[in-house]
Write a protein that binds this ligand. Structure first.
Ligand code: ATP
Ligand code: MG
Length: 569
């Protein structure tokens, strides 16, 4: 491809609204352009990389026995109503009406569509297992679209769904796709880890996320410093057992705490360690309100709360709601003498504190020397806090450390969540009707592209790994007006294309400085510079990743390139 004939609009300045490297470089090097918030065009270079990611995904999915299809992005509301998710998915689901006022969703995911499809086509155990996948644009009205392709509102996903007549069959396919996913991300050159995850809005139990380790990751991974254990902190159980101290219980007392609203304020004012204070938070759990108690130095994990109560939605109650229900402000909440009647759930750690400090449900006051059971009742104790660095690893080996990760893939064992809701059944060997057992498996294809872009660059631009580079070779004649240079470049361009190298030639009449800067920015693995020695038939070959440069006579170029591209990863 000649640069004069394609569209690679490179920028000199880094776009001010792009916060992270991959977003900056994808814009700057002319791979993508933003259309609306979280909505992008893939320009020719971006599209080439996207296709390469898709191709790797396809090869690995096909090798794992999955079959490709393509389902509609425009989905009838009725399907989502059948599964119940029309009501629980929330504002992320983009909804619209057709001219007849019928409701539709733009596919955020395809469990409903595929379950209805398979329900209608498959009737017997003899046709199971079956694993189907597609690569398609998804729509999610994300609250905070950001970091370019990393969190879009329109993005490309590979989603797969498997259908089974037994749990063993699901386990087997799950393992196979787990391996396929590992292969995909390894082939993309990513530094990743598979971690135990939460099944979120999907329902179901066994699930892993594939996380690319990166400082800009929005997820936190809790991993053991001594074993393979790694989990999303949303999920990681806390296994600490808390010992009650032998301190004796003192008399409860109300003390004035003017302006002390946070644990830090209270702890400083009363000179009590945060470990002896408790935080009281009112949550709205579906339609019910629940007061959650946790130790002052711990953070409440709302996902654990959601899972504990098997709820669809969990959120902190609004300040107005807190004063309506409990008659005080957020900063004064506490479990003693509550003015309203709500369920109280506490993290295990709360049970072990002797003489704790808590809000007195009255502006400007706290209680000291409070003791659970004696001074307030707890309906249920549970593991409700986020794991912290230094906690014991849940597998009993080593202690927990944190790393940031970008979720690029997710595999779930769904079980019969959708088949039961949507009546997707088959007849088993004994002629009995059974719900199909399902798995689902997603890869953020466009997010993977962004994760690769984030990982492979330096201060000058991209350094594409060979597997995903938009072109293999950048052929750069320094001066197109020089006959020797132009002619040799044209000759090499034809030769390399004939030998099946994917070549981008910079045939623009730009200054050398601009051409080199653009070439580094675009970041193809190898650059061939056609310069002063063109008259002698000699070109310069430079490896982008190492900066290594060699002079090569044109006759030896093909061999030299073969050799180089074989050794570069
Ligand atoms: P996240 O927690 O990042 O929002 P998710 O749990 O909603 O992800 P899934 O529903 O499991 O994601 O979707 C499968 C894959 O699709 C994810 O692993 C991720 O790689 C990708 N993905 C999800 N949301 C987006 C998005 N807004 N933009 C780009 N890729 C996304
Ligand atoms: Mg999401």
């Amino acid at each position: 491809m000649k640069q004069s004939q394609t569209l690679i609009p490179t920028l000199r300045e880094t776009p001010a609204d792009a916060e992270v490297k991959n977003h900056q470089l994808l814009l700057k090097a002319g791979f993508i352009r933003q259309n609306a918030s979280g909505v992008y065009s893939y320009l020719p270079l971006g599209k080439k990389v996207l296709r390469k990611v898709e191709e790797i995904v396809r090869e690995e999915m096909d090798a794992a026995g999955a079959v490709e299809l393509l389902m509609p992005a425009l989905q009838q509301a009725e399907l989502w109503q059948e599964s119940g998710r029309w009501y629980t998915y929330g504002p992320e689901l983009m909804r619209l009406k057709d001219r007849h006022d019928r409701e539709f969703a733009l596919g955020a995911t395809h469990e409903e569509v595929i379950t209805s499809l398979v329900r209608d086509e498959i009737k017997s155990y003899k046709r199971l297992p079956l694993t189907l996948y597609q690569i398609q644009t998804k729509f999610r009205d994300e609250k905070r679209p950001r970091f370019g392709l990393l969190r879009g509102r329109e993005f490309v996903m590979k989603d797969a769904y498997s259908f089974h007549a037994s749990q063993e069959s699901l386990d087997e396919v799950y393992d196979r796709l787990f391996t396929a996913y590992s292969n995909v991300f390894r082939r993309c050159g990513l530094n990743f880890r598979a971690v135990i995850a939460d099944s979120g809005a999907m329902g179901g139990k066994d699930t892993h996320e594939f996380m690319v380790l990166s400082d800009i990751g929005e997820d936190t991974i809790a991993y053991s410093d001594q074993s393979n254990y790694a989990a999303n902190i949303e999920m990681a159980p806390v296994v600490t057992t808390y010992e009650k101290s032998d301190e004796s219980e003192k008399e409860k007392e109300k003390v004035v705490t003017p302006n002390a609203k946070t644990i830090e304020d209270v702890s400083a004012l009363l000179n009590v360690a945060p470990e002896k204070c408790i935080k009281s938070l009112l949550f709205k759990v579906d339609e019910e309100y629940v007061l959650v108690l946790a130790r002052g130095d711990h953070e409440v994990n709302d996902i654990k709360l959601k899972n504990l109560l098997q709820a669809d939605q969990v959120e902190l109650a609004l300040p107005e709601t807190v004063s309506d229900i409990l008659g005080c402000s957020i900063g004064s909440l506490g479990p003693v003498d509550m003015k309203g009647d709500v369920k109280v759930i506490a993290d295990h750690a709360v049970q072990a504190i002797t003489n704790l400090v808590c809000g007195a449900n009255e502006e400007g006051f706290h209680y000291i020397n409070v003791n659970a059971e004696r001074d307030f009742t707890v309906d249920q104790y549970a593991d409700l806090r986020f794991i912290q660095e230094g906690d014991a690893s849940p597998d009993g080996q080593g202690t927990i450390k944190f790393a940031k990760g970008i979720e690029v893939g997710h595999v779930f064992k769904l079980g019969t969540r959708y088949s039961e809701a949507m009546n997707a059944t088959y007849l088993d060997e004994n002629g009995r009707t059974q719900p199909m057992i399902m798995g689902c498996y997603g890869i953020g294809v466009s997010r993977t592209l962004a994760a690769v872009a984030e990982q492979f660059n330096d201060e000058k631009g991209f350094i594409w790994p060979k597997a995903l580079t938009p072109y293999d070779v950048h052929l750069v004649p320094i001066n197109m007006k020089d006959d020797h240079q132009r002619e040799l470049a044209e000759q090499l361009y034809d030769l390399l294309r004939e030998k099946r190298f994917d070549v981008l030639m910079d045939d623009r009449a730009e200054r050398p400085g601009v051409k080199f800067a653009d070439s580094d920015l675009i970041g193809l693995p190898v650059r061939i510079t056609v310069g002063k020695k063109a008259s002698e038939g000699i070109v310069e070959v430079k490896v982008r990743s190492t900066g290594e440069t060699i002079e090569v006579p044109k006759e030896q170029l093909v061999t030299a390139l073969d050799e180089l591209l074989r050794t570069i990863s």
